[in-house]
Design a protein. Structure first.
Length: 153
């Protein structure tokens, strides 16, 4: 493949014969170079005909920081959204006792209403969403105070 690269305001014509071959052969402005990739952190470039070894260390930028999760403390006693959408109805409040399989709320997604059922029987500790709120996939919806039997539908 042929490429035109600009380095320090100078344009170079680069042709790479086979990027998957080892060594990789590159023609830069008609001059042949063999590039032997080593570890991902230290590539070396060598001129083919009796040239010097030129090392160019790989220096990656800083690692991206991980953003905190928008979900409050997900644990085994949390019911999460199985799909993104908008909460249109909530049928429980803190302190309510629910049975496994009971409809807890409805999420509308793509003009379809989806009944979200409790996977467990137990007591509701917190309702983490409100009607009209948009929710993301796997966002925490309900937190249980205590859990009973699980429903595997």
């Amino acid at each position: 493949m042929k490429y035109k690269l600009t380095v320090n305001n100078q344009t170079h014509e680069v042709e790479i014969e086979n990027i998957n071959a080892r060594p990789v052969v590159a023609l830069v402005d008609g001059q042949r170079f063999e590039i032997q990739p080593e570890a991902a952190d230290q590539p070396k470039v060598q001129k083919e005909a009796g040239g010097k070894m030129e090392e160019k260390p790989y220096r990656p930028g800083p690692a991206p920081s991980v953003a905190p999760s928008p979900n409050p403390a997900l644990s085994g006693n949390t019911l999460t959204a199985p799909l993104p959408g908008t909460v249109v109805n909530i049928f429980v409040k803190p302190g309510d006792k629910v049975e496994a399989g009971q409809v807890i709320l409805i999420i509308e997604a793509m003009k379809m209403k989806n009944s979200i059922r409790s996977l467990y029987s137990g007591t509701i500790r917190d309702v983490l969403v409100s009607e009209g709120q948009s929710v993301a996939h796997k966002q925490a919806l309900i937190k249980f105070a205590d859990l009973g039997e699980a429903s595997w539908m």
